[in-house]
Design a protein around this ligand. Structure first.
Ligand SMILES: [Zn+2]
Length: 106
């Protein structure tokens, strides 16, 4: 179930947001929102790269609290707004995983 929610929020929800708020150019916006998943490149710096119960928020550099503040600041300018939105939706999705893991991983 967690897996489905996680990938729904990472892959489908951005499409819903793009279609709802950027209808004339929703596909371009959707692809840009999907491209923000590249932020997970910072997982490559960790050892091990993937650990099922690890909370990525506050652990990986591009998932740090200061990075999240920067993403929120980037909402201000129209040119960076969509990327910032994608990054913040990504952080929210990973954050939901952290909460979920706090119950399922003990
Ligand atoms: Zn992530």
């Amino acid at each position: 179930m967690q897996f489905l929610v996680h990938y729904f929020l990472h892959l489908v929800f951005p499409g819903i947001v793009a279609y709802a708020f950027y209808r004339p150019r929703w596909l371009k916006v959707y692809l840009l929102l999907l491209a923000t998943m590249l932020v997970d490149v910072d997982h490559l710096l960790a050892t091990p790269i993937y650990q099922p119960c690890r909370c990525s928020i506050g652990f990986h550099p591009l998932h740090s609290f200061i990075a999240c503040v920067l993403y929120a600041v980037l909402l201000y300018w129209p040119k960076t707004r969509i990327v910032a939105l994608g990054l913040l939706m990504h952080m929210a999705t990973d954050g939901i995983d952290c909460i979920w893991n706090s119950y399922s991983c003990g």
